[in-house]
Design a binder for this molecule. Structure first.
Ligand code: SF4
Length: 367
């Protein structure tokens, strides 16, 4: 198996275009084992023993496409950091919890999170094309497969139908584009048929990690369920490629607005230049930067967490230098329906400057 920036050109040229562009081929040919990872790195399996331990807790999944964008030999590659296992994921003594947003507690029915009065989030699958090592739902990767999907989804539809305050349903996961298209069509249609549901939203990283999944057929189906919004997660400018741009363009052409929710990740995008280039790139492909999330205190992600001060300084420079169209809202997500606390640039918080860390301490106390 040959992948990676240099060698991947071999893979891509050696793979018929039809297969490379087939999302099911990409999905089937993901790196899923230590042996495959060793092959990618061109190293003996035994030399990766520490990674093997990580995979027992947090399995690996990387599409050939995403792998082709990174340099497997460079430990500092910002895309490699997002998908290669790292022994630091097992540094549990550093703190963090499996479910920092208490999502399991806010589920009135299995898989449906109802934290805010007017909207809820349906986790329709635990499957993703790529396992992002910073994921705040990585606890789900090794969860037992829940029962039949159609029956689980029906229970969610029933809950939404008997809860008139819900005007928006976010369909997420895992990656909702990885359940069968017919089932997703049925689910969106069943939600759309509920009179008080005004808006649907899909959260999917497919445009970034598996852009072939955005097919004309999928777009035609999604178009039927508008108003439908689509949020994805680009974290670095290197993820903006011809393929990912085309995927977003197809959604936009179907009348589906595409937004982006990045996560501030140490060693990936926690510097001004990387974040600016990402935001400029998103603007170029007509994807609206929506949120920049402070990385949640998820167990096994401590090495990704940048200081809030770092994020505030980056936002300060962005706010001063780049177009408002490119500016996301930098937020700290909080459990228990306390919402997303905006983390404003210093210049918008004069009392923070005058009073030292006073305002920031208040924010920390709320967490
Ligand atoms: S695509 Fe989203 S849910 Fe899936 S592993 Fe990545 S961050 Fe987690």
């Amino acid at each position: 198996m040959t992948f990676g920036k240099e060698s991947d050109r071999d893979l891509r040229s050696g793979t018929p275009v039809g297969e490379w562009n087939d999302w099911k081929w990409q999905f089937r040919n993901r790196v899923r084992s230590l042996r495959q990872l060793a092959s990618v790195l061109n190293r003996p399996v035994a030399s990766l023993a520490p990674c093997g331990l990580v995979l027992r807790t947090y399995p690996i999944a990387i599409t050939p496409y995403y792998l082709s964008l990174l340099d497997p030999a460079d430990e500092n590659d910002p895309l490699r950091r997002q998908c290669f296992p790292d022994p630091r994921e097992l540094n549990f003594y550093l703190g963090g919890v499996e479910d920092p947003l208490d999502e399991e507690r806010d589920m009135p029915v299995p898989g449906l999170i109802h934290r805010y009065p007017d909207r809820c989030l349906a986790i329709v699958t635990g499957t993703c094309a790529v396992h992002c090592r910073h994921c705040n739902r990585k606890r789900m990767w090794r969860a037992k497969k829940p029962g039949r999907t159609r029956e689980r989804l029906q229970v969610m539809v029933d809950y939404v139908a008997r809860t008139p305050a819900l005007r928006e349903v976010i369909v997420s996961g895992g990656d909702p584009l990885l359940i069968s298209e017919g089932l997703l069509d049925w689910f969106l249609g069943a939600l759309r048929a509920i009179s008080h549901v005004e808006v649907l939203r899909i959260g999917s990283r497919a445009p970034v990690t598996l852009p072939m999944r955005i097919t004309p057929e999928l777009c035609t189906m999604l178009k039927r369920h508008r108003p439908l919004w689509f949020n994805t997660q680009f974290n670095h400018a290197l993820e903006i490629t011809e393929e990912s741009a085309r995927a977003c363009e197809m959604l936009l052409a179907a009348g589906i607005p595409v937004g982006n929710q990045s996560v501030l990740l140490r060693g990936v995008n926690d510097d001004y230049e990387s974040m600016r280039d990402l935001l400029y790139g998103l603007e170029r492909i007509s994807v609206r930067p929506y949120y920049l999330f402070q990385c949640d205190p998820v167990r096994g992600t401590d090495h990704f967490r940048a200081e809030i001060w770092t994020g505030m300084e980056i936002m300060e420079r962005l706010w001063r230098n780049i177009s408002g169209l490119c500016l996301p809202r930098y937020v700290l997500d909080c459990p228990g329906g306390r919402g997303k606390i905006p983390l404003q640039p210093f210049s918008l918080l004069p009392e923070t400057r005058q009073g030292g860390k006073h305002s920031f301490d208040n924010i920390k106390q709320m967490d």
